[in-house]
Structures are given as structure tokens and as C-alpha cells.
Design a protein around this ligand. Sequence first.
Ligand code: G6P
Ligand code: MG
Length: 215
Amino acid sequence: AINAFIFDLDGVLTDTAEYHYLAWSALANELAVPFDRDDNEQLKGVDRMGSLDYILKKGNVNLTEQQKLTLADKKNLHYQQLINDMSPKDLFEGVTELFAQLKQQNINIGLASASKNAQMVLERLGIADQFDYVADAAKVAQGKPHPEIFLTVAEAFFLPADQCVGIEDSIAGLQSIVSAKMHSVGIGQPEVLYQADVVYADIKSFNLQQVLALA
Ligand code: G6P
Ligand code: MG
């Protein structure tokens, strides 16, 4: 049986994936590095410095560690401006209902987000108290696609991986779930998220019975 649902945050529970994209494309533009939505698919779920390294590599730009930190801070300030006005109305449709169904069935709700801004976004959305356990960038050494972040949540619940479902909108995140040997749900396009056991366009299309039947 499935006893835990472990959600990614950005792009799964709210549209912050779009804000990360806007902030990275502004920075890439300043560096004169071409950056489009296909590049962005590769960056979803990837931590801040890893994302910057991808852009620098694409543009053959060589910088010192100090210069890289300055650029990463700049992107983050831009991102924080974009999330500043977020409120509970920015929670994707269907999340409240899905969480209520999970609680009713005594299924643990976890968060696995690579973002150092995760706690702030959860608070803005008004859902910080909805999770039985939150793993964010501060809690893990290895980012996605490594399985550590999803396994950290399963361990906190004292559950084996095959009793957990991971929910992700990113290629790197799905790889993390698959490597953790958990069941997986993709949120987005099936062509991009082909690794997932099942894919829905968005959270409001979630079919709980279908997902519970995975184990
Ligand atoms: C999530 C997002 C990524 C972002 C990463 C780090 O995984 O999907 O796009 O780069 O978090 O976010 P941060 O807020 O720490 O820069
Ligand atoms: Mg995501």
C-alpha cells in the first residue's frame, strides 16, 4: 500500500517554476547566452549553482567562484521579488482537496524541494503547516537527480521506498524518484516526463484512486 505522498514544490503545487524561468532567462540574457524553454526543462529541479553552471557552460563563459556567487545572488534577488506578492490564491487548483483526501486516508504528506526559498513559498501559500515532513536544500547534501532528498523524507516517515509516491514536474526530480525506487507521478507533458509511472497535466487532474493502485 501507499503510505506517503512526497511532493515537489516549484511547478507542482504552485507556478514558481515560471518565476525561476523568468529570473534565469533575464540573467542569461545579460550574459548574452541563448536560453529557451527547452534549456529550462533541463534546469527544473536543479539547484541554484547547478543551474548557473548549466547556463555558463552553454555560453562558454568562464568565471571565478566569487563572480558566480554574485550572479547566483542576483538571480535569487530577482526570484524573491517575483515571489514577494504570492498569496494563498497562488496555490494550484486541486491541492487543497487532494491534501484533504490524503489526510482523511491517513497518508503522510511530505515535501522534497531543492529550493532554499521553499519555506518562504510555503508560508506565502499558507500551507506550511500541512506537511508531516519537509526536506529542502538545507537538509540534504546531494541535489536532484540524486535520490537523497526523497529518501530523506521516506526515512523521516520510517517507510520503505515502495510505500511512497513522489510527485514531480521536472526531469531531474523524476530521476531522483526513480533512483529512490519510489512510485512516480509526473505533472506536465508525458513526452518530457516519460520516466513517470503516470502523468497528469496538473494537480487538479490528479486521479487518487489510480495512483493508490500503483502499489
Ligand atoms: C527548485 C526549482 C529550480 C531551482 C531550485 C533551487 O528545484 O525547480 O528551478 O533552481 O529549486 O532554488 P533556489 O530557490 O534555492 O534558488
Ligand atoms: Mg519542480
